[in-house]
Write a protein that binds this ligand. Structure first.
Ligand code: C5P
Length: 211
């Protein structure tokens, strides 16, 4: 039987990760967070002091990279890396590189029940023939409030207006870019994640049970 592919797209801090993890646990699907790959690249450029405005330098570096880890860590989550990942994600050669890693991941893990893959262009570009496409919708103010609480709870300093501003900037960058902008995929179900998680799950469960 062909393994199922579920795509989850949505703006920054819309809860894609929490929803993906829930689906992965409950339906035993392998989870792939494509944002991690963009963040890993951004961290490499940052650590190696590579100027991301210098296209020939970043192209050269990309040719040298053979593998990127999907593992998460706190260093990938800083505001600096969030901004940098959005900045490099506009380039087609970066996107092609990341997409190939995603296709390899699915190929390598073929004997799984299925995959839940989240990002910005997964249902619209990367896995256009997915079995189920979800688009997560949450107001920017609610996303910023949740992100602010997360940071404060983990003991970090945070300023709400600054978080809101950065979320809006990242939204614009992701939605207005020429290559693979963030859009609602044509055949996607829009999931309203403005309220409680249990409310969100109520919208998702029947869609997955009907697969
Ligand atoms: O999802 P996350 O916030 O970790 O992604 C970091 C950045 O990587 C996003 O702001 C976006 O610019 C980029 N990204 C993308 N396409 C994806 C996943 C992430 O352009 N499929």
């Amino acid at each position: 039987m062909k393994e199922k592919i579920i795509t989850i797209d949505g703006p920054a801090a819309s809860g894609k990760e929490k929803i993906s993890k829930y689906i992965s646990r409950k339906w035993k699907f392998k989870h792939l967070d494509s944002g991690i790959l963009y963040r890993r690249l951004a961290l490499i450029f940052f650590n190696e002091n590579i100027d991301v405005n210098n296209l020939s330098k970043i192209k050269k570096k990309i040719r040298e990279i053979k593998y990127l880890s999907y593992r998460k860590n706190q260093k990938l989550r800083t505001q600096e890396i969030s901004k940098l990942s959005s900045k490099i994600a506009v380039h087609i050669f970066i996107r092609n590189f990341v997409n190939k890693l995603q296709y390899d991941f699915v190929k390598k893990n073929k004997n799984n029940q299925g995959f839940v893959i989240d990002g910005r262009d997964i249902g619209s570009v990367v896995f256009k023939n997915a079995d189920l496409k979800l688009y997560i919708d949450v107001k920017a103010e609610i996303r910023a409030k949740r992100r602010y609480k997360q940071l404060i709870d983990s003991g970090e300093k945070s300023i709400y207006p600054k978080i809101l501003k950065e979320i809006k900037l990242r939204d614009n960058k992701d939605k207005l870019r020429k290559n693979s902008p963030l859009v609602i995929p044509k055949d996607a179900f829009i999931i309203n994640n403005n309220s409680s998680f249990s409310d969100t799950i109520k919208q998702i469960k029947p869609l997955l049970n009907n697969l």
